[in-house]
Design a protein around this ligand. Structure first.
Ligand code: WTA
Length: 572
């Protein structure tokens, strides 16, 4: 039976006593020691006597199940690390993972870290152009992929001279390999029992996660091995993971949640986790929980809203009594979803707020703390958060005022730079605060209430999509003269992409053209970036300096006041 008391002390008490040293002590880490996340998640757990404990229960599309112990994982990650070394991949080289949620993706991340490489996970749903931008920026040396995705890599190869190896993890020899391709079967490869793990230090780069901004190309938030100190303890305190838990994080490791809390946090805590590589339906998800007796579940508002839409009838058909703690991240979790989950599962979803850049949870609802449905909760003990004025960036002390969430730098998992873009990184820090770019207010009890982003980035189904990337792709279409892309409200995905398009002379708006443009973006970028709606316009609203005013178009979609356009014009 699981201990009834949460791992974390009551919030106020924990805030007074907490120090990151607590996490370091539990991890037996002292400043200056080597610290390798790959080793911490595998070898160390085996040494703690859990070698035979299940680390991963994986289920594929046709409900086939694979199980791996911590010792299996230790040996398989060694095997991957050695394979990369044999390919002459060096410490510090970027190695991309471009795969569905197969075991090779999870063990690949840890294997790369074990040999000192920088893991660069990217969504397998990305189209060629999304992939190219990110591989080119990182000057990636090798990419792990599957047969089904290799065609997308082949198409962009000529533009990627630095990409030396394309490692196909499920090659069956039926077709000849092409230029730079190599087959690697993790299960059949000769097992590497002992491997000299790279002696990384606190500041050694670990993972590169690309995230979209309003302008420019996506930015690579670069993390370090020391992030473990934050990820370990937030997993223990916020997700409340205990030794006998069966944990399910629904996020893909192409997204920071899928690495911080779908790889590092749970395994550094020695906890069994489940991964489902089959698609989303309410029925599938409940079956998965029931079959594997999942106890702790970390998901996202879009999924919860979709479950809500499906109704409680499906819930009742399953025995979900194993569940004991639920958390959510990625978008605002509306109060109705929290109330519905209490009704449906007898448990509320605990909202957590953080970012690719923060590397670990920031503002959360803790087990045992009173939840105010609709609020993100309170800052993690050991972190200093506030809201600052949107113009001066000075801290605001008035309750209820809307400002920007700002954090005192220095927590272990904070990104260390944006890859190749120190300027953008530096611009995130003002007056000694890290600026999140999110607007929120704080109530009289210290709870944070999310208001919105302070930029034009679109949050669709919890995934950030940069308007600039989509507009650039649109411009490559012959028919398009100019475009502006904004988020439009959506009951399930919170926002979907809407494109306003002005056509070149000689082109007429039509349903056919609309579909063609949608498909064009889907192939180049991804299904999430594809506009769900296109509005053809004669021209776009612009500032005097010629910048497109997305804000005006967005306000129209949301039925909001257009706001102070004159300021916007003067600002630009
Ligand atoms: C948004 C995800 C409201 C926010 C881990 C943030 C949220 C961005 C919440 C980061 C939440 C994340 N409530 N909004 N609980 N959690 N967001 O980098 O705008 O993919 O800045 O990291 O998602 O998204 P990212």
């Amino acid at each position: 039976m699981t201990d009834k008391l949460p791992n974390m002390k009551p919030y106020e008490e924990e805030v007074k006593e907490f120090s990151w040293d607590l996490s370091k002590e539990e991890l037996n880490y002292k400043d200056g020691d080597t610290i390798n996340i790959g080793e911490y998640c595998t070898d160390r757990i085996c040494k703690l006597g859990k070698a035979d404990k299940t680390a991963l229960i994986w289920e594929g599309h046709s409900a086939e199940v694979k199980r791996y112990t911590f010792d299996d994982m230790r040996v398989l990650t060694n095997t991957i690390a050695k394979f990369l070394q044999d390919l002459k991949i060096n410490a510090g080289d970027r190695v991309c993972l471009f795969m569905d949620k197969v075991p090779e993706l999870y063990f690949g991340v840890l294997g790369i870290l074990k040999m000192g490489g920088i893991a660069q996970p990217l969504f397998s749903a990305f189209g060629g152009e999304s992939l190219l931008t990110r591989l080119d920026d990182a000057q990636t040396s090798a990419i792990f992929t599957q047969k089904k995705h290799v065609a997308k890599v082949r198409k962009i190869l000529n533009d990627l001279p630095s990409l030396k190896h394309i490692i196909i993890v499920d090659d069956d020899g039926s077709k000849p390999l092409r230029e730079r391709e190599i087959a690697f079967n993790m299960e059949k490869a000769e097992k590497v029992e002992n491997f000299d793990v790279y002696p990384s230090k606190a500041e050694t780069p670990s993972i590169l996660h690309y995230t979209s901004g309003t302008t420019g190309k996506p930015k690579g938030a670069q993390h370090v091995h020391y992030s473990l100190i934050s990820q370990y303890i937030t997993t223990k305190y916020v997700l409340d993971l205990k030794d006998d838990d069966i944990y399910w994080c629904t996020a893909d490791p192409g997204w920071v949640t899928g690495t911080s809390y779908g790889i590092i946090g749970p395994w550094a805590n020695g906890v069994t986790q489940c991964v489902s590589d089959s698609g989303f339906t309410a029925e599938n998800w409940y079956k998965f929980i029931e079959k594997h007796k999942i106890t702790v579940w970390y998901s996202a508002p879009t999924a919860i809203r979709a479950l809500m839409k499906d109704g409680t009838e499906t819930v009742k058909k399953h025995d979900l009594s194993s569940l004991r703690h639920l958390c959510s991240v990625g978008e605002p979790l509306n109060a109705e979803a929290v109330i519905w989950s209490e009704e449906a599962f007898g448990l509320p979803f605990h909202d957590t707020y953080w970012q690719t850049e923060t590397g670990s949870m920031v503002i959360n609802n803790y087990p045992g703390m009173k939840i105010k449905p609709g609020s993100m909760g309170k800052p993690f003990p050991g972190m200093t958060a506030t809201i600052v004025d949107l113009k001066t960036y000075e801290p605001l002390d008035k309750q209820g005022t809307v400002g920007m969430i700002a954090l005192k730098p220095g927590w272990p998992a904070m990104m260390r730079t944006y890859w190749n873009n120190k300027k953008a990184y530096d611009s995130k820090f003002v007056n000694g605060w890290y600026l999140s770019g999110d607007r929120s207010s704080i109530d009289e009890d210290g709870y944070y209430w999310f208001v919105g982003r302070d930029d034009d980035v679109i949050n669709t189904a919890g995934h950030l999509v940069g308007p600039f990337e989509i507009e650039s792709a649109l411009l490559e279409h012959n028919a398009i003269a100019e475009s502006a892309v904004v988020g439009k409200p959506d009951p399930v995905n919170m926002e979907v992409v809407k494109a306003f398009i002005a056509l070149n002379p000689g082109y007429e708006p039509s349903k056919m053209l609309e579909l063609e443009i949608m498909n064009f973006v889907r192939k180049k970028l991804s299904a999430l970036a594809m506009p769900q709606e296109i509005e053809f316009v004669d021209s776009l609203p612009k500032t005097r300096s010629g910048k497109i005013m997305r804000r005006v178009l967005r306000a129209k979609e949301w039925g909001e006041e257009i706001g102070d356009i004159s300021t916007l014009e003067n600002d630009l």
